[in-house]
Design a protein around this ligand. Sequence first.
Ligand code: SAJ
Length: 418
Amino acid sequence: MALKKSICILGMGYIGLPTACMLANSGYEVLGVDVKEEIISRLGAGMLHIEEPELEAIFLKAFNEKTLKISQDIRKSDVYIIAVPTPLNSKNKAELSYVISAAEMIKGVISRGNLIILESTSPPGTTKNIVGKIITDGTGFIAGKDFFLAFCPERVLPGKIVYELVNNDRIIGGIDENSAMQAEKIYKSFVRGKIFKTSLETSELIKLAENTFRDINIAYANELSGICEEYGIDVWEVIRYANMHPRVNILSPGPGVGGHCIPVDPWFIIENSKMKSTLIEKSRNINDGRPFVIAGKCLKIISGYDNPKVTFLGFSYKEDVGDLRESPAVPIYNELIKKGVKVSIYDPHIRNSKFAAVELDAACKDSDLLLLFVGHKVFRNIELEKIRPLVRNPNILDTRHFFDRKKLLNTGFAYHGI
Ligand code: SAJ
């Protein structure tokens, strides 16, 4: 019997781990590698370290069937997939040190004919000039001749990762056609969406262009909400009806743009570009300013109260996830604390964090303002009539247009929107 092809995935985070499970359940021998000991020991004991719908089932299948193994050390494989973080540094540039150390690890074990795929979102040129170059400098192997090199950006939505990994279309960039074809074979084992092949740099920019489009659109919605407020017009009604036009799709205003991708990727487009993109930068600044606008609104609402208390309903960066990365809730929280406001948090999705939430009743007790920061589905079960007697002053600031204003007024709360 032919030996199964082996794949080593570097980075066992939100993308690397689900991808490892998919491949392990699709006929490959997979080794999941991470440098963090606590991640390795949890996964090695058959326990997840991240919350994501449907992930546990596919992880346990691969883990129990031993097609997915976990290790802190890299091992010789046929294919190497890099899925490590590429955060933003203090100068708004891509921090590529994790990509560099992953490539250094691969350099030590790579053989002729192997395939390397970079999945981490990166500025154009990274796959060839960083990953490819490290391998060539260390081994003399030439990309496209001695080994295959591809970029295949992840495009899945946190909260729907497992579904979207299978069903989304994928873009694959290769240093040459053969590299793209080799990578396509790997993804075809579990992807039901279409797969499109292009050049390395094009695929790198496609990923950034998608998230930047969303950032600019949200910045527009946020700016529109400020303008509507000035005119005394309901921004949600404007957007709802404008979006009925067949060629308009304005996203929603909110308390800011969080997560590890949308607030980061627009900077990757402009970091090496000589053309000054005022649009991309301005949109980033508008969205980064939103938490301060919301904190200002909170302070205005509670301005007449002694020793005020604000209660966050939701604290994660978006609905139905426990992910706190770049959550705009944090700058709002800090701003309120700085102004001497007492703050409590109710977010049933958040665990193991210094912002770990208390129960709903305790969080709302003696509160002067409930700040609906993110509209988790479970919040639909909150009975505001029962919360009303617990609070000191019945105010709600709804940053997501989550509550029905009329129904809310019947519960005795005052409604404040954006
Ligand atoms: N947000 C708004 N208004 C909106 C939509 C979102 O304020 O109308 C805010 C959210 O509350 C959140 C932030 O933007 O704080 C980002 O949320 P998101 O749902 O727009 O995106 P992510 O970061 O969870 O996932 C994005 C997705 N990209 C696109 O939809 C183009 C996903 O497909 C990518 O795979 C992911 O980034 C990534 O990893 O790059």
